[in-house]
Design a protein around this ligand. Structure first.
Ligand SMILES: [Zn+2]
Length: 588
């Protein structure tokens, strides 16, 4: 919807700042940043920042209108040549797509953000016309008359369009939190280039259907032309390196599995490589490949060789086999902290343990492993294997991935550490707004999708009260939604169906409101009165009370009295449940 310029600016401000704090990585909190963040949070709690105002461009980007929905992306072939000195890129994208017979080629919306521009478009080898649609979208005129003859018996028709584009792409000022191209130098002054565009969108550098619901079904080919002194890496496997006459090399990489637009990324620099293998639980040999700047080889080798197999052992146990066997697994050193680029994880954690040497949980359990290897690789299951249709449901990416850190600790160090780590990250929850955002307008929910997402999943696990069932659900999600785009509702229904528990009010409470339920209690002798407040009236919470003989009770929003065995009190209700305990007046 259209909004006034003043409101628009205020809203853009709050949204860009929220994005800044929410993107894939968590922020380091220097004192200065803490002050900055406090200012932001104060700003974001104002009524204006909380109000929902979106622009036409937000809708063009976030909604599947007809010009985007009549066709389905099959494959992107992206050719790109960066001009390091001019901070410019020129390129092309051949978009192979399919559509239902009857929906003849029509007007097609393509996203490419300003100041990048489309130079020419070819359809069936003929130049076709196009026009700008809003600030960051374009409308191609694929008229019916351009269409070749088609077999009427075919229900699905394949076609392609070739788009040439160029420009000075937006430069990332603080990647990966604000996106764009990165034209930087390594410590020896040599060019180092890549892109980070999660949230901002891949259309910041190449023309595509920039909506999370439509991944190219057959993957992508990325062809990068660079000076022959540099090496270019992208997702999937290296197909060829061709030397051209101008002292240039053309690196061609292909990924054959479906891939998020924002995960398709080139890395260009003075890279060296080593390889390894991993015996996957799928029974296959998974190819591991590591790329770092030449002078970092010695530091990187022991770090990557130690934590990659540990990560795979834990995640294949909890989530099932690595989902992109055919494309292999890579870690690529990046000038920014990290990102979940599918089959080519971006890594910039300095070859140190923790999150740049720190433990985000404050408990000590986050110090013995490399945060970026674990977190970004966790996304291979949640974000890359299972992708949400709308970024409003991004908690499925970030909540489950933050929880993958908890599960990594549990696998290697035991449950006590996992519980402590999860409670530690829970202290960072702000509850400023719900973690599910608004649909159709390219809106992520609260940055709490990380910490609250993980805290909620731990709560959900306690509620299910059956770890083998919980693990089967995690593995089942990755198997049954393999390489698919889905909604939060699909995940919720999956848990409800597999457990047989009435969990919908629980999901609604924790995902769709920012209210944390309060467990009110009155203790007397061997009795415990309990009820839930600050929540949906329909909320019921099956919980376990630990003790010599653990008891399972169901708490509702009405007072109930339970007989407690001797020595059992409110303290025996596990702290892994995420609610606030509050003693009520004993006169109740
Ligand atoms: Zn993440």
């Amino acid at each position: 919807m259209q909004i006034s310029e003043k409101k628009k600016q205020a809203n853009k401000h709050s949204r860009s700042i929220l994005a800044y704090t929410q993107l894939c990585m968590l922020k380091t909190t220097s004192l200065l940043f803490g002050v900055f963040l406090l200012g932001i949070l104060t700003f974001c709690t104002t009524a204006e920042a909380q109000s929902t105002k979106f622009t036409t461009d937000d809708t063009l980007r976030g909604t599947l209108n007809w010009e985007r929905s009549w066709w389905n992306v099959q494959h992107y072939t992206i050719a790109v040549q960066p001009d390091y000195l001019g901070k410019k890129i020129i390129g092309s994208n051949t978009i192979q797509f399919s559509y239902q017979a009857g929906n003849n080629p029509n007007e097609m919306q393509i996203d490419l953000q300003s100041p990048m521009q489309i130079d020419s478009v070819f359809f069936h080898k003929k130049k076709i016309s196009f026009s700008k649609r809003g600030k960051d979208s374009w409308l191609l005129k694929l008229s019916k008359s351009n269409g070749a003859s088609r077999n009427a018996k075919k229900t699905l028709v394949s076609d392609s369009v070739l788009i040439y584009y160029s420009g000075n792409p937006r430069i990332a000022k603080n990647a990966p939190w604000d996106g764009g191209w990165i034209f930087t130098t390594d410590k020896k002054g040599r060019p180092w280039m890549t892109v980070a565009c999660q949230g901002l969108g891949a259309s910041v550098w190449y023309p595509c259907k920039d909506h999370q619901s439509d991944e190219p079904d057959n993957g992508a080919t990325i062809r990068i032309t660079v000076p022959d002194s540099l090496v270019a890496i992208a997702n999937g496997r290296l197909q060829s390196v061709t030397k051209s006459k101008n002292n240039e090399s053309i690196y061609e990489w292909t990924v054959i599995n479906p891939i998020n637009n924002y995960n398709i990324v080139p890395y260009i620099g003075k890279y060296v490589n080593w390889k390894d293998n991993y015996a996957s639980t799928s029974g296959n040999n998974l190819a591991l490949s590591y790329w770092v700047l030449d002078y970092n080889l010695e530091k990187a080798t022991p770090q990557f060789n130690r934590d990659t197999p540990r990560m795979l052992a834990a995640f294949e146990y909890w989530f099932g086999p690595y989902p992109f066997q055919e494309d292999g697994y890579k870690i690529v050193e990046s000038p920014h902290l990290g990102m979940e680029h599918q089959s080519a994880i971006a890594y910039g954690n300095g070859f140190t343990n923790g999150y740049r040497g720190r433990d985000l949980s404050g408990t000590g359990w986050g110090k013995d492993w490399d945060y970026i290897i674990i977190h970004e690789s966790g996304h291979e299951w949640f974000a890359n294997n299972i992708t949400t249709n709308d970024i409003a449901d991004m908690w499925v990416h970030e909540g489950f991935t933050m929880y993958s850190e908890v599960l990594f600790i549990e696998y290697h160090y035991g449950r006590e550490g996992a519980d402590a780590y999860c409670r530690g990250v829970r202290t960072r929850i702000r509850n400023d707004r719900p973690i599910i955002g608004q649909y159709g307008v390219n809106d992520e929910g609260s940055g709490d999708m990380y910490n609250k997402g993980a805290g909620f999943l731990h709560h959900l696990r306690e509620t299910i009260n059956n770890d083998s069932s919980f693990r089967e659900i995690l593995r089942g999600l990755n198997q049954d939604f393999r390489h698919q785009t889905i909604d939060s509702k699909d995940v919720e229904n999956y848990f409800i169906k597999k457990t047989g528990l009435p969990l919908q009010p629980l999901f609604d409470q924790y995902l769709r409101t920012n209210k944390v339920p309060v467990l009110e209690y009155v203790e007397s002798d061997s009795k415990l009165k309990l009820r839930l407040t600050n929540c949906n009236e329909l909320l019921t919470m099956p919980i376990r009370i630990d003790g010599k003989q653990p008891q399972n009770i169901t708490i509702t929003t009405s007072w109930q009295e339970f007989n407690m065995p001797e020595g059992v009190s409110i303290k025996n209700i596990s702290d892994n449940f995420y609610f606030t305990k509050k003693e009520a007046s004993s006169s109740l």
